[in-house]
Ligand binder design. Structure first.
Ligand code: TMP
Length: 212
C-alpha cells in the first residue's frame, strides 16, 4: 500500500507578528489528533542550515548573497528533512518558507519577484505548502512586540518602510492564493486565534484522512 503524503504547513508574518507563540501549541494539537508531525524552521532546520542562519541573521552581506543563502539553506532542508518526512506520511510544520523570501528579499529589500520565482522554480517547482497561516499585524503592533524581546537581529532592526513592504507582499500573495493562505488577524487574543486555528486543523485532518 502506498503511504499517503503528509501535509506541509507553514507559518508566516513580519517579525513581531506573534506566530512563534503558537508553534508548540499547534504541534500538540496535531499530535492529539493522532498526526505524526515534525516541527522545523527556516532559515535553519538542518546542521548546515542553522550555521547559515547565524550568518544570515547577523552578518551584513549583499542582497544577492542573502537571497542565495536563504535558498541554499532551503535546499538542504527540503532534500534532507522536509521531503523525506512528507514522503513517509509525517506532517511538517515549518516556521517560514519561500513566501518569506518573496516578502523579505523580494519586497522588503526590493529585489522583486522574478529572481525569487526563478529560484523557487529550480528548487521546488512542484511543492507548495498545503496551508500557510499568515499572522498579520499593523506595523505599530509588530514594533511594540519586538521591543519587548531580546536583542534584535539584522531583519528586526530594519526601518518601518522595510516592514511595510514585507507585509504588503505577504498580503498580496495571500490575496492571490486564498485557498492555500489563511490570514490570521494577530492583534486578537491568543485564545481567539487558537479557536480559529483549531477549526482549521480539524478541517485539514478530516480532508487528509479522507485522502484529499
Ligand atoms: P524568524 O525570526 O521568524 O525565525 O526568521 C528569521 C528572519 O529571517 C526573519 O527576520 C525573516 C528572515 N527571513 C528572510 O528574510 N527570508 C527568508 O526566506 C526566510 C525564511 C527568513
Amino acid at each position: 500500500m502506498n503511504t499517503v503524503r503528509g501535509l506541509f504547513l507553514t507559518l508566516e508574518g513580519v517579525d513581531g507578528a506573534g506566530k512563534s507563540t503558537h508553534i508548540d501549541w499547534l504541534v500538540q494539537e496535531l499530535r492529539s489528533r493522532g498526526i505524526d508531525v515534525l516541527s522545523t524552521r527556516e532559515p535553519g532546520g538542518t546542521p548546515v542550515g542553522e550555521k547559515l542562519r547565524e550568518l544570515l541573521l547577523h552578518e551584513p552581506m549583499h542582497l544577492e548573497c542573502e537571497t542565495l543563502l536563504m535558498f541554499a539553506a532551503r535546499a538542504e532542508h527540503l532534500r534532507t528533512v522536509i521531503e523525506p518526512a512528507l514522503a513517509k506520511g509525517s506532517w511538517v510544520l515549518c516556521d517560514r518558507f519561500t513566501d518569506a523570501t518573496f516578502a523579505y528579499q523580494g519586497g522588503g529589500r526590493a529585489l522583486g519577484t522574478a529572481r525569487v520565482a526563478a529560484l523557487e522554480a529550480w528548487l521546488h517547482p512542484d511543492l507548495q505548502p498545503d496551508r500557510t497561516w499568515l499572522f498579520d499585524v499593523p506595523l505599530a503592533v509588530a514594533r511594540e512586540r519586538l521591543n519587548r524581546t531580546r536583542e534584535q537581529d539584522r531583519f528586526e532592526r530594519e526601518a518601518d518602510a522595510f516592514f511595510e513592504r514585507t507585509r504588503a507582499v505577504y498580503l498580496e500573495r495571500a490575496t492571490h492564493e486564498p485557498v492555500r493562505f489563511a490570514i490570521v488577524d494577530s492583534t486578537r487574543s491568543i485564545e481567539a486565534i487558537r479557536h480559529d486555528l483549531e477549526i482549521d486543523l480539524d478541517i485539514l485532518v478530516k480532508l487528509w484522512a479522507g485522502g484529499i
